[in-house]
Design a protein around this ligand. Structure first.
Ligand code: ADP
Length: 500
């Protein structure tokens, strides 16, 4: 806290009693606490025992003169403000005293007002410099706190059970913890400022971190992730966020690694289980279906129409079950990678033509037009498993037929563009409201509204399509307007334009 005038003691040193008393009177009236001394010795005694803020000294005194006293004061405490009182004759000396560090001087004889002005100025100077000292102390304390805070944060990061790394916009490591080094089984921890790829072998993971660090994704608050495998059997999930400054600019990235090996194993077990159960269910169901179909042909009873109806519904249900099981089998084949084993060069236009021909009858039965537009260029071949392609486009075209009312139009168009084959399946159907568009690629997700109410399905078609497109390093996008129709566009890389 900054002192008031009365907290600051002023020492008046003059051999002339009248001056001493006069000065004391003026200063006391100003509210100051005053000590007086008749010579240098007395002054030093007071200075030794009391905290003096301002010393007003006469230059000319017997024994120790003002200059010498000023020197001694400076040695004792250079924060004491010295004011010199001097006669006209010694103005030169006063200037010298100022050079030696005196704050001001008052020529004799002086008016009380002059003394007041000079002392007030000195008090103000003391107040300001004490304020500055207090601020400096405060700043140092904050810096120390900050330092302590920093080291506390560092200790916490070091102790985190999940691996963590922080990079700057150039993808250089600025912070990492021991769990990061352990999770990735690195021989050596990356040094400060080292490029991430110098110590981590997985190129995809490095690209993920670098793109995050440049703010290429995740800036909207989503948490992008990347999966990597270490030593062939350990699965890690890297999840990251760009680090933003106050101006909302990306200044790097923070990425956390978690070990998801056990989840992966569980997922694999589940897929194997689904595959097995589906397989076991399929043949008895198909048999029931066949038998129902046979019975249906020659059913005779008192109420043949009712029987016919019941069995017809049973047949429909078994058919739906068979298609669900087919989808589950497809899913587990995608997960095990077996749908990707038979890659060969495929002419997509031919394959699409045959699917369109095959599904033409179904569209016709709904009074829809299903057409194929192959463009006028020759299409290059792509490298893929034909079964996977059939599944992708079969699903998309079947959906277009299912979710388009009678009399609608479906067009399948294929083009070669930018080292890709681009297939668009467009319909003039119900369309998909915006809020469902991202979700329909999730397993078992179906839009439930007036239009789709009576359409049976499993909600597995699009997840299968997405899984297959991903494994072919392609992309799928959707444009749709409720009431107008939808276009699903699949882009697949041309042969040789991608690794694998
Ligand atoms: P399913 O068709 O078996 O329900 P999908 O995964 O193939 O499952 O599709 C999920 C949902 O997406 C569908 O239930 C449907 O609501 C919507 N959908 C898919 N394709 C279209 C389309 N062409 N037009 C309108 N809605 C569609």
């Amino acid at each position: 806290m900054v002192e008031q005038a009365e907290d600051l003691k002023i020492l008046v040193v003059d051999d002339e009693r009248s001056i001493r008393d006069g000065v004391e009177r003026v200063l006391t009236r100003m509210g100051c606490t005053v000590r007086t001394a008749a010579d240098g010795r007395q002054a030093l005694d007071i200075l030794e025992s009391e905290a003096i803020a301002i010393s007003i000294l006469d230059l000319k005194m017997p024994g120790m003169d003002g200059m010498e006293l000023q020197q001694r004061i400076r040695e004792m405490d250079d924060r004491i403000v010295v004011i010199i009182i001097t006669g006209y004759a010694t103005i030169e000396t006063a200037i010298n005293a100022m050079k030696e560090g005196a704050y001001d001087f008052i020529p004799k004889p002086f008016e009380p007002d002059h003394l007041k002005i000079v002392v007030n100025r000195a008090l103000e100077k003391i107040r300001l410099s004490r304020e500055a000292e207090a601020l400096q102390a405060e700043r140092e304390r904050t810096l120390m706190d900050l330092d302590r805070e920093k080291s506390r944060a560092r200790t916490i990061i070091e102790s985190l059970p999940v691996g963590m790394v922080v990079t700057n916009t150039d993808g250089e490591v600025v912070l990492k913890n021991p769990a990061f080094v352990q999770s990735l089984e690195l021989d050596e921890a990356p040094g400060y400022g080292e490029q991430i790829e110098l110590c981590v072998a997985d190129a995809g993971f490095c690209d993920f971190i670098k793109a995050l660090s440049r703010g290429e994704y995740g800036v909207n608050g989503d948490v992008p992730s990347y999966e990597l495998i270490v030593s062939g059997n350990k699965y890690l999930l890297a999840r990251g966020r760009p680090v933003m400054n106050e101006k909302k600019e990306c200044i790097g990235a923070v990425v956390a690694l978690s070990n998801i090996t056990s989840l992966k194993m569980l997922d694999q077990l589940k897929s194997e289980f689904v595959a097995k159960v589906s397989h076991e269910l399929r043949s008895p169901l198909s048999t029931i279906h066949e038998q129902l179909a046979t019975v249906l042909k020659d059913v005779t009873s008192a109420e043949p129409e009712l029987d016919q109806n019941l069995i017809e519904r049973a047949k429909e249900k078994t058919n739906a079950l068979i298609s669900l099981i087919g989808d589950l089998l497809d899913l587990s084949r995608i997960e095990s990678g077996s749908l990707m084993e038979n890659r060969k060069s495929v002419q997509v236009a031919d394959l699409l033509k045959s699917i369109v021909d095959f599904l033409g009858t179904r569209a016709e039965s709904k009074g829809q037009s299903l057409s194929f537009d192959a463009g006028d260029q020759d299409l290059p071949e792509i490298n893929a498993d034909p079964m996977a392609l059939e599944s992708i486009f079969g699903n998309l075209i079947t959906n277009a037929i299912n979710y388009t009312p009678e009399g609608g139009e479906i067009v399948v168009a294929v083009r070669a563009e930018d080292q890709q084959v681009k297939v668009a399946v467009s319909d003039t159907g119900f369309g998909i409201p915006e809020k469902h568009q991202a979700k329909i690629f999730e397993r078992f997700y179906r839009v439930k509204d007036e239009n789709t109410r009576y359409i049976t399905g499993t909600g597995l078609g699009l997840p299968i399509v997405k899984g297959l497109v991903d494994s072919l390093c392609g992309t799928i996008s959707l444009e749709s307007q409720p009431g107008k129709g939808s276009t699903f566009t699949v882009c697949l890389p041309l042969e040789g334009s991608h690794a694998g």
